[in-house]
Ligand binder design. Structure first.
Ligand SMILES: [Zn+2]
Length: 63
Protein backbone atom coordinates (compact mmCIF):
# COMPACT_ATOMS: atom_id res chain seq x y z
CA UNK A 1 0.00 0.00 0.00
CA UNK A 2 1.25 3.47 -0.76
CA UNK A 3 1.92 5.91 2.00
CA UNK A 4 0.10 9.17 1.62
CA UNK A 5 0.48 12.39 3.48
CA UNK A 6 -2.67 14.15 4.57
CA UNK A 7 -3.33 17.50 6.09
CA UNK A 8 -6.46 18.15 8.07
CA UNK A 9 -8.53 20.94 6.55
CA UNK A 10 -9.85 21.81 9.97
CA UNK A 11 -6.89 21.87 12.32
CA UNK A 12 -3.93 21.52 9.95
CA UNK A 13 -2.57 18.39 11.57
CA UNK A 14 -0.34 16.35 9.27
CA UNK A 15 -0.84 12.63 9.07
CA UNK A 16 1.05 10.03 7.08
CA UNK A 17 -1.20 7.07 6.42
CA UNK A 18 -1.18 3.89 4.44
CA UNK A 19 -4.21 3.85 2.20
CA UNK A 20 -5.67 1.36 -0.23
CA UNK A 21 -6.33 2.75 -3.67
CA UNK A 22 -10.09 2.73 -3.37
CA UNK A 23 -10.26 3.62 0.26
CA UNK A 24 -11.86 6.86 1.30
CA UNK A 25 -9.61 9.23 3.20
CA UNK A 26 -9.78 8.72 6.93
CA UNK A 27 -10.79 11.41 9.35
CA UNK A 28 -8.42 13.46 11.41
CA UNK A 29 -7.41 11.72 14.61
CA UNK A 30 -7.44 14.99 16.49
CA UNK A 31 -10.65 16.69 15.46
CA UNK A 32 -12.41 14.25 13.11
CA UNK A 33 -12.07 16.83 10.37
CA UNK A 34 -11.68 16.17 6.68
CA UNK A 35 -8.20 15.17 5.58
CA UNK A 36 -6.83 16.49 2.32
CA UNK A 37 -4.48 14.19 0.42
CA UNK A 38 -1.21 15.74 -0.58
CA UNK A 39 -0.44 14.67 -4.14
CA UNK A 40 3.27 15.26 -4.10
CA UNK A 41 5.77 15.56 -1.36
CA UNK A 42 4.93 18.41 0.93
CA UNK A 43 6.58 21.54 -0.24
CA UNK A 44 8.76 23.09 2.33
CA UNK A 45 10.50 26.23 1.33
CA UNK A 46 13.53 27.91 2.70
CA UNK A 47 13.73 31.61 2.82
CA UNK A 48 16.27 31.63 0.03
CA UNK A 49 13.94 29.77 -2.29
CA UNK A 50 10.86 30.72 -4.22
CA UNK A 51 7.60 29.76 -2.59
CA UNK A 52 5.85 29.11 -5.89
CA UNK A 53 5.35 25.43 -5.12
CA UNK A 54 4.26 25.98 -1.58
CA UNK A 55 0.66 25.79 -0.52
CA UNK A 56 1.38 28.26 2.23
CA UNK A 57 0.02 26.04 4.94
CA UNK A 58 3.31 24.38 5.71
CA UNK A 59 5.47 27.36 5.15
CA UNK A 60 6.57 29.80 7.75
CA UNK A 61 7.91 32.33 5.28
CA UNK A 62 5.08 32.79 2.80
CA UNK A 63 2.01 31.80 4.76
ZN1 LIG B 1 -7.89 17.93 12.49
Amino acid sequence: MPLYRFICKNCGKEESLLLKYNQQPPRCSECDGELEKQISRVATCRKSESCSGCSGRNCGSCG
